[in-house]
Structures are given as structure tokens and as C-alpha cells.
Unconditional design. Sequence first.
Length: 172
Amino acid sequence: MQPCETPDQAAAYWRTHIATHPYFNSECETGLGFVPESSFGDDGCGSGTVGLGKRCVWSDEQLRAMYAVDHVIPFSLWHCDDLWNLLPSDAQVNGSKSDRLPERGLMFERKDAIVFYWDQVRQRHARRFEHELAEFTGSRLPGANWENGAFQRLIEAVETTAIQRGTERWRP
């Protein structure tokens, strides 16, 4: 997890880690946060702000006016800011998760939410999302059923990381 306490810190993080990415598109990907503006929703708000309908990927609670962006596989364990690894979360839930990995059962319970947000990001930033996901999965997206293969790879990565690092598991 890469906390940003102030807008200046978030802007610096954006310039250092996001804006320098080879698939960054400055014409449509702007904002101050971990993900491009309006990646997760239907309201056009930038990363960290919420309109109606956005829910925490882990707790399924309605998100408040400001929310966190969680690294499914924490940044401290896997230095990865790829879009597939970033999901909207209630700030308190994200704080309680901290640098822990979600439990396997929780991942399956929340699969629909994970895939929903992946689809939202993919619709808005297809080139970057597909490139990053292809590198993660080791293959190109397989057409209409890409979600199941990507989710299975995420499960494998979480489980492997938990075993290799001896990381504590988490459930809200």
C-alpha cells in the first residue's frame, strides 16, 4: 500500500509511478491518485471521489465521499500498480487490510465485484489494462471469457504470495 496523506503527495506519486508508465495516455488519464480519473465509475468523478452506486470491493458497503484505492496484492509485497491490482475500497476497510492478503474465500465471495471494477477500468483504459493484464497472466486476453482466466491467475498469485512470504490473511 502506498499511502498519500496530502494532495501534493498523491500528485507526486502520480507523476512518478503512473504518468511515466509506457501506456499512460495523457489525453484521457488524469487525476491525482492511484488510478486514472473516473476509472471505477459512472459519474465521471476522479480517483478518490464517489457518486451514487460505488461500493467497497471488499465489504460491499456504499463508499463515502472519499475512498481508498486498495492494492489487492499489497504494494509492500508485490511492487505493482497495474490497474488489475487496484480496486476501490472504503478507507477504513483498506486501513484494516493494510499489507495483508485477502482470504481465498473472500476473493471468491467478491469475484463479481472484482470483475465488475476490472470491466469498468478496461472500458475506460483498454490498451493499458489489457497490456498489464497480459503481462500478469502470460497471455493475451482470451476474448469474451477473459474474466475467469484473469481471476484464476489473481487467485494463484495471492496464494503463491501468501505461501512464499508467510503473509497474514485478511477478511473485513
